[in-house]
Design a protein around this ligand. Structure first.
Ligand code: ZN
Ligand code: ZN
Length: 439
């Protein structure tokens, strides 16, 4: 386990051909020249080239390091966030720390920000949720984001492959630790949202980071792989529904309430659970609280605890063809083959007139069944038939938002609003883990 604060490399832009930056304050090149103001980054003859606004090249190379002098900051125009999700949009963002530009391919570069872990966390927490959230929730979120990141970087070092089982009739894919090369994390939802200092870091976030500095969740002598997501839908999920077939003990399925509901085991139980509305911490319509924990663009998703999506058959055929590249012909049925304890499907059979394919795991299922991503893979399917007997509509009735493994953010915020402390919140979602200060 680590014993001092690490520095991490965050990619702000990946595989870009051009970027416009505004350096506010002085940045030092490796030859000690200092630059500031507007610069344009391009790729030129296989190297990154920094130019001024008149087109003059200031520096070029495979990698260019710009060290921030004093409290210098930089602004990047047009950063895409929420890539491939329904909340995708562009923002201008500002950052603190060093800047590294490195060649990613013959025609593109990455823009990487080097920053101390605790500063990074302050921004991530401000980016992922509104700063007015309850303090005990922000502290829990700080511990979880810190632990996940360090556990993930340790896992990455052991060089794992990205499992993918693809046969003609079965496609099972998932990605556990990220496959980023040359940096630790990206700045988008793929890893953790990091929007620099654009979002104001409130007193509460500062307090949450300071009060938990160096604090990690630990189990059996190792930093816990503390996953989190928006809403479990009433019951949390086990690791193997989303990633590889092993489930750490501290990520067991728990009911997001006092007391324990038995895990969902049959299709009938899944239907009862998802068409019903069992009470849970994350079942809240408290707009004021949600407004405090979710950034504005997440509040565009009001029905996350129980939701319904209705597709005409043709509409769903088009989406699946586009997402999978497979022509299923006439879509006959969609059947859950394997579900985890929260009702999330990890194996789904898609039956068409031309093809029958089983797909997994949860994220791949969510990707295939929506033009962006389904909120979760916890759903049951109903059909209505046309006069000729073919399916007219597919109705997906589901629950929760995200993979469901580990901390339920909305549930945790509700617990904090009810007066529960960070320790209690973390013990609820990560059974048997303990808090330990490592630096
Ligand atoms: Zn990433
Ligand atoms: Zn929940």
């Amino acid at each position: 386990m680590l014993n001092s604060e690490p520095e991490i490399k965050v990619a702000l832009l990946q595989n870009y051909k051009e970027a416009r930056l505004n350096l506010k304050g002085r940045f030092l090149l490796s030859d000690a020249r200092s630059i500031s103001g507007h610069i344009i980054v391009r790729i030129r003859q296989g190297e990154v080239a920094l130019g001024d606004t008149s087109g003059r090249v200031i520096a070029s190379g495979k990698t260019i390091m710009l060290s921030a002098h004093n409290k210098a900051t930089f602004t990047v125009s047009d950063v895409k966030i929420g890539i491939d999700f329904h909340w995708q949009r562009s923002q201008e963002q500002s950052f603190r720390g060093n800047l590294v530009l490195s060649v990613a391919s013959d025609s593109s570069f990455n823009l990487i920000n080097e920053i101390a872990l605790e500063d990074y966390l302050a921004s991530v927490i401000s980016s992922e949720m509104s700063a007015e959230a309850p303090l005990e929730f922000l502290k829990a979120q700080a511990v979880v984001a810190r632990s996940w990141l360090v556990a993930m970087l340790a896992k990455k070092k052991t060089a794992r492959s990205f499992p993918e089982l693809k046969t003609k009739n079965e496609i099972v894919v998932w990605q556990d630790v990220n496959n980023h090369k040359g940096f630790d994390v990206c700045a988008d939802d793929h890893c953790q949202r990091y929007q620099g200092i654009t979002r104001i870091i409130s007193d509460n976030v500062h307090k949450a980071i300071k009060n938990t500095r160096g604090l990690f969740l630990v189990y059996a002598g190792e930093i816990c792989d503390t996953r989190y997501y928006k809403s479990c839908g009433g019951q949390t999920e086990i690791f193997s529904t989303a990633w590889e077939d092993k489930s750490p003990d501290y990520l067991r399925s728990v009911t997001d309430n006092v007391g324990q509901h038995p895990p969902i085991q049959s299709e009938a139980e899944a239907r009862d659970w998802l068409t019903g509305r069992p009470h849970a911490y994350c079942d809240t319509t408290d707009k004021e609280l949600l407004g405090k924990i979710l950034p504005a663009f997440d509040q565009e998703t009001p029905d996350f605890y129980r939701w319904q999506v209705i597709y005409s058959r043709q509409e769903l055929e088009d989406i699946i063809r586009k997402k999978s590249g497979i022509d299923f012909g006439e879509l006959k049925n969609i059947v859950a083959v394997g579900r985890g304890p929260s009702g999330r499907i990890y194996k789904l059979k898609i039956e068409g007139s031309k093809q029958v394919v089983v797909i997994g795991k949860e994220l791949e299922i969510r990707r295939w069944l929506s033009s962006s991503h389904l909120l979760s893979s916890a759903f049951v399917v109903s059909k209505t038939n046309a006069a000729d007997g073919s399916v007219e509509n597919f109705i997906l009735t589901g629950g929760g938002w995200g993979h469901g493994v580990g901390l339920c953010q909305i549930g945790a915020a509700v617990m904090a609003a009810k007066g529960l402390k960070t320790e209690g919140i973390l013990a609820h979602y990560f059974s048997g883990s303990i808090l330990k200060k490592l630096y």
